[in-house]
Design a protein around this ligand. Structure first.
Ligand code: PRP
Ligand code: ZN
Length: 297
């Protein structure tokens, strides 16, 4: 087989990760012409194409060399490492991407008083993640029977085919609808950029490096916030102590109010409501948190 001279990225064809993954790639300067069968998207400006597939297939496609990279949930990648990928080349998680956050959790019937994993001893647990669940049970010395299902795991307890489940939880709505509740978290998951453990030592390796650099820039800006607020000079030190990490803030005078200052700070991550409340209690007012569009340090 002739080596490909274009980079190929596998991603979910239709699902929760599709839109944000495409948006992220667009922000990295990659645009695609969608083909009619919607399996393959040709990259327009750069030599980078997309393969749109079922997310479970993504790690295997990377391992076989059909794709160079993939955007996939950490849950799928880690499950593959434990089950499907034992014989093939090792895969690496190259970057967490900050979207598609969810948890892989054990859930039990609402009325059960769950304290710890030992209660799962001898129980039947339905899951689509036998590798991750099996490992978690083994680590805790719990002997349970893992019932592997491809989907609709949440109805297994009502059908009487399982006593508990192990599935992805995002909003928790699916659990509530099925009279289950989250009992233990096995894995905090999100979309990640997955690839082979080592970069290919040809042009594609160079392209991957370039893409990683752009991705890091995009992620950094996406997570940056500009915080604007007013504070009295007296409260300034207390306010500054509460600011989330970032470079030194800028201080500006406020016209006609010599005791007041306007403070401008670049924050490395999201500023939560709780943090804002605390900063306000320290004496700040007129607070704004703004997204950053572009940044050139
Ligand atoms: C996942 C998971 C749950 C649901 C949890 O399924 O299997 O069913 O999402 O989300 P919630 O906590 O917000 O209700 P998904 O919709 O991705 O489809 P699938 O089960 O077909 O994989
Ligand atoms: Zn589901």
């Amino acid at each position: 087989m002739k080596p490909r001279d274009r980079l190929r990225i596998a991603m979910q064809k239709s699902g929760r990760l599709t839109e944000p993954a495409l948006e992220l790639l667009n922000r990295c300067g990659l645009t695609f012409r969608q083909s009619r069968d919607k399996l393959f998207c040709f990259g327009e400006g750069e030599p980078v194409d997309l393969l749109l597939v079922r997310d479970d297939d993504i790690p295997g496609l990377i391992a076989q060399g059909v794709c160079d990279l993939g955007i996939v949930g950490r849950n799928v990648l880690n499950e593959y490492r434990l089950t499907g990928g034992l014989a093939g080349p090792a895969l690496a998680e190259w970057r967490p991407l900050g979207f598609g956050r969810c948890r892989l959790s054990v859930a039990v019937p609402q009325e059960l008083d769950y304290r710890d994993a030992s209660q799962l001893q001898g129980q039947r647990i339905a899951t689509s993640y036998p590798g991750l669940l099996g490992e978690w049970l083994r680590e805790r010395g719990v002997d349970a029977s893992v019932v592997t299902l491809a989907g609709s795991v949440e109805i297994a307890p009502r059908l009487g085919t399982a006593d508990a489940i192990c599935d992805l939880v995002q909003s928790g709505g699916t659990l509530v609808a099925n009279q289950l509740r989250e009992a233990d978290v096995l894995l905090e998951s999100e979309a990640v950029l997955a690839g082979p453990q080592a970069l290919p030592s040809d042009e594609r390796g160079d392209m991957i490096e370039l893409l990683l650099k752009r991705l890091d820039g995009v992620i950094q800006v996406r997570e940056s916030r500009l915080l604007l607020l007013q504070t009295s000079r007296g409260a300034l030190d207390a306010v500054i102590r509460l600011l989330p990490g970032g470079p030194q803030p800028t201080l500006l005078p406020v016209a006609g109010q010599p005791d007041q200052l306007m403070l401008q700070a670049l924050c490395a991550g999201e500023v939560s409501w709780r943090q804002l409340e605390e900063i306000k209690k320290a004496g700040a007012r007129e607070m704004f948190v703004l997204p950053v569009e572009k940044m050139l340090a």
